[in-house]
Design a protein around this ligand. Structure first.
Ligand code: PBG
Ligand code: ZN
Length: 318
């Protein structure tokens, strides 16, 4: 009889047999930046997560630096919103100012910027709107402007999350023309229309004012289409591709890992975080063990990079 248990006998051999290990550099930590001064607002549905004004960012950046994680992902929350999302590509927009601030004081921190208009538009959609329709091609130049202006501010990587068709090619071309040929694009390629984004939309003030995002984000029933989305983004020049959310989509992540010879990211989203925190707060689960199990599963399924609100905690638990 083959005895699997020989290699599980004690901690020493189990440690040697471990196939997947988490490392601080696996993680990207999302940070919400809000206009104003001296603000550190707790996000109610995401215990442990805050909106920071720029002057209060240092507190969290110190923790990021100390933890030695891979990088941060910035989400700006502007005061002024309009139909064109003009603060998304304003030279002195909240995200541009935050990037400059971080670049100056923490040049060692790798800054990924989310490229999308929903935090900046008055209607809360990720693109230009005409009547009830979310326009595709008309949106692309605005995404390009946003990416270029954040590159000029000093961002290290652009991560388009809008799900418009053709945006990766458009952003690549725009960045190249502006001289940012070395700036990588991490595409939110297989991004599903998901109820798991609920807490994020509270945190980033980005809920759509009418309708939903189903005409641009993917139907969660579709795995085949996810692979086609990923293939298209690779074709358009993405340097890294993403599956989002994480836990309910590990099959998609795994299939992508087997299909494409590309670095993969996964986004462990706000609703996934909120569920863990809520159950832990009730004493129903062991937060540390659940988080480590979840994050390890994401890496085991094929993620090279994990974007997660648990990043700072996880580093302490590795
Ligand atoms: C912007 C964006 C969203 C998230 C990341 N970028 C929200 C959305 O698509 O509505 C979600 C992240 C999370 O839930 O943690 N488009
Ligand atoms: Zn959006």
């Amino acid at each position: 009889m083959y005895r699997f248990r020989r290699l599980r006998r004690d901690e020493r051999i189990r440690a040697m047999m471990q196939e997947t290990r988490l490392h601080p550099k696996d993680f990207i930590y999302p940070i919400f930046v809000i206009e104003g001064v001296n603000i550190k607002n707790p996000v109610e549905s995401m215990p442990g997560i805050f909106q920071y004004s720029i002057d209060r960012l240092e507190e969290i950046l110190e923790q990021v630096k100390e933890a030695g994680i891979g990088g941060i992902m910035l989400f700006g929350i502007p005061l002024h919103k309009d139909p064109q999302g003009s603060q998304a590509y304003a030279k002195d927009g909240i995200t541009q100012r935050a990037v400059r601030f971080i670049k100056e004081r923490y040049p060692e921190i790798y800054i990924v910027v989310d490229i999308c208009l929903c935090e900046y538009t008055s209607h809360g959609h990720c693109g230009m709107v005409q009547g009830e329709e979310i326009l595709n091609d008309e949106t692309l130049p605005f995404l390009v402007k946003m990416a270029v202006s954040l590159a000029e501010a000093g961002a290290d990587m652009a991560a388009p999350s809008d799900m418009m068709d053709g945006r990766v090619a458009a952003i690549r071309e725009g960045l190249d023309q502006a001289g940012f040929t070395q700036m990588p694009i991490m595409a939110y390629s297989a991004k599903f229309a998901s109820a798991y984004y609920g807490p994020f939309r509270d945190a980033a003030h980005s809920a759509p004012g009418f309708g939903d995002r189903k005409s641009y984000q993917m139907d969660y029933a579709n795995g085949q289409e996810a692979l086609r989305e990923i293939a298209a983004d690779i074709e358009e020049g993405a340097d890294m591709v993403m599956v989002k959310p994480a836990l309910a989509y590990l099959d998609v992540l795994k299939e992508a890992a087997l299909t494409f010879d590309m670095p993969l990211a996964v986004y462990n989203v706000s609703g996934e975080y909120a569920m863990v925190k809520a159950a832990a707060a009730n004493g129903w689960i062991d937060e540390k063990r659940i988080v480590m199990e979840n994050l390890t599963a994401m890496k085991r399924a094929g993620a090279k990079i994990i974007i997660t609100y648990h990043a700072l905690d996880a580093v302490r638990w590795i």
